[in-house]
Design a protein around this ligand. Structure first.
Ligand code: NDP
Length: 485
């Protein structure tokens, strides 16, 4: 069992009061680590470390900081297998997925921002009688708060641009999945990364997370998590005029138009629905099918879902592991019961999975991928974020009706549209109230593009230059020419 500590000012520390929390493997229900249960008192040394480190870090050139990002990427790449193993153990996700997505993407986040940073040139605006130069400076100390579904992937998505732009960091990962954030801290220590620039505090959101939000010397908060928590973040940080980036929940639509290539649409819809047990903020949990295709699509979709291999996350052939915890399993089950109360029909799944591998205790948090038909698109199961392996199917008869159904959601993070007519797909996508829409693909990411949601899915964008904008302050310097008074 690992004993994890906070990483403050370049060294590891327990919480000041010595309290700790336990971290469990959801596939085996075994305690795999203890982590500090930090409080506001533990934030003070982290803020002091940031302030002491700030000027030397921001005095480096952008190229020098980009070099650091590359060094971190190289070191993490050496540990890719360890990252994948820790992530799989902490979240119950299949090892193949955590290799392909979590480990690979954590490395590429650093590499991408290193090279993207080097490509940037100074923004200038020429006037007839003057020149404007946009000077970027760091925001200062920034708080990064991240969820449990893609722990290192989402943390590094914030850490890399924050470091690049010269900020100092206090990060708080979800207390349910602390292992890979700790590995990042260990890696920085091995690299002799400048002390105090990156600090990591573990603990509960309402305790140490809240303390980060409230601290007057933490100037920006980049938060990824649920919409309800996002409201608390906004309520606390906005009156202090902190910079805020909120990446929140979703209830994303997969829309299959009648001219879609059915095999590809079915494959895409299954992947969008059940990757990481439906616990990706971008997962398509509402599937809308043009009525003429409904029967055939539903038959093939269920066939594919039933072929998914549910089981031991460590098995290379597993397609779906557990959900994040027994508590979350019960939450998803309560929605399955609600679906039945709301008049839904369980087309497949609906129960816990007997996988043949339920860990030594036989109590892994396994749930069968669940498909529900016959629900109205305004039902609770079709509108509330469940964040698990459960999807609802709905038929539509016209594009207008599809748009009405899709846009009725209070969320607007992502969606995918399946059609052979790319122009139609593009025009249709532009009418969806959503930050991201894919046509004939899902989770196809170019890190230069804006990432974020509308409505209750968040405020602001990250990715590419939007991350650089968030993690810097801009001063426009307007210089009037001598000879034109
Ligand atoms: P939560 O909102 O519960 O938690 C997110 C983070 O916030 C955790 O580190 C949590 O700590 C912390 N937190 C909780 N309360 C507070 C508080 N009062 N002050 C400061 N921090 C706090 O989300 P989950 O971890 O359950 O993640 C799932 C959610 O994240 C889903 O809604 C999903 O859609 C969303 N998400 C959004 C993404 C996007 O890019 N839009 C990407 C991935 C996920 P603790 O764990 O200790 O409670």
């Amino acid at each position: 069992m690992l004993s994890i500590q906070n990483f403050i000012d370049g060294s590891f520390h327990h919480a000041a009061d010595g309290e700790f929390l336990e971290d469990f493997n959801p596939a085996t229900a075994q305690c795999i680590a203890t982590i500090p249960r930090s409080k506001s008192v533990d934030i003070e040394p982290a803020v002091a470390a940031c302030q002491a480190a700030q000027s030397a870090w921001s005095a480096l050139s952008l190229d020098q900081r980009a070099d650091w990002l590359d060094r971190i990427a190289d070191a993490l790449e050496q540990k890719a297998e360890r990252i994948a193993q820790l992530e799989s153990m902490d979240t119950g996700k299949p090892i193949a997925l955590s290799r392909r997505v979590d480990a690979a993407r954590s490395v590429s986040n650093f590499r991408f921002f290193a090279s993207f940073g080097r490509e940037q040139s100074e923004l200038t605006f020429q006037m007839e009688d003057a020149m404007n130069y946009v000077h970027r400076s760091p925001v200062g100390t920034v708080g990064l708060i991240t969820p449990w579904n893609l722990p290192l992937y989402l943390l590094t998505w914030k850490v890399a641009p924050a470091l690049l732009m010269g900020n100092t960091i206090i990060a708080k990962p979800s207390e349910i999945t602390p292992l890979t954030a700790n590995l990042l801290a260990e890696t920085l220590l091995e690299l002799e990364f400048p002390k105090g620039v990156f600090n990591l505090v573990h603990g509960l959101g309402p305790e140490v997370g809240q303390a980060i939000l409230e601290h007057p010397d933490i100037k920006a908060i980049s938060f990824t998590g649920g919409t309800e928590t996002g409201r608390i973040v906004a309520r606390t940080a906005a009156p202090m005029f902190k910079k805020l980036s909120l990446e929140l929940g979703g209830k994303n639509a997969t829309i299959v138009l009648k001219d879609a290539e059915l095999d590809k649409a079915v494959d895409g819809a299954v992947r969008a629905a059940f990757t990481n047990s439906g616990q990706v903020c971008l997962c398509g949990s509402r599937i809308f099918i043009e009525a003429s295709l409904e029967e055939e699509f539903t038959r093939r979709f269920i066939e594919k879902v039933n072929a998914l291999q549910i089981g031991d996350p460590q098995d290379e052939n597993t397609n779906m592991g557990t959900v994040i915890s027994p508590e979350h399993l019960m939450k998803v089950e309560s929605y399955i019961n609600l679906a039945i109360e709301e008049g839904g029909v369980i087309l497949t799944g609906g129960t816990r999975a007997m996988t043949g591998y339920n860990g030594p205790e036989g109590i892994g948090a396994y749930l069968l991928p669940t498909v529900v038909g016959n629900l109205h698109y305004t039902s609770r199961c079709a509108t509330e974020e469940i964040f698990g392996p459960m999807v609802t199917l709905h038929a539509f008869t016209s594009e207008e009706e599809a748009l009405e159904m899709v846009n009725s959601s209070e969320y607007g993070l992502a969606g995918s549209v399946w059609t052979n007519d790319l122009e139609r797909g593009r025009a249709f996508s532009a009418q969806i109230d959503s930050g991201i829409v894919w046509v004939n693909t899902w989770l196809h990411r170019d890190l230069r593009t804006p990432f974020g949601g509308v409505k209750n899915s968040g405020v602001g964008r990250e990715g590419g230059r939007w991350s650089l904008d968030f993690f810097s302050e801009m001063t426009n310097v307007c210089i009037k020419k001598h000879d034109s008074n």
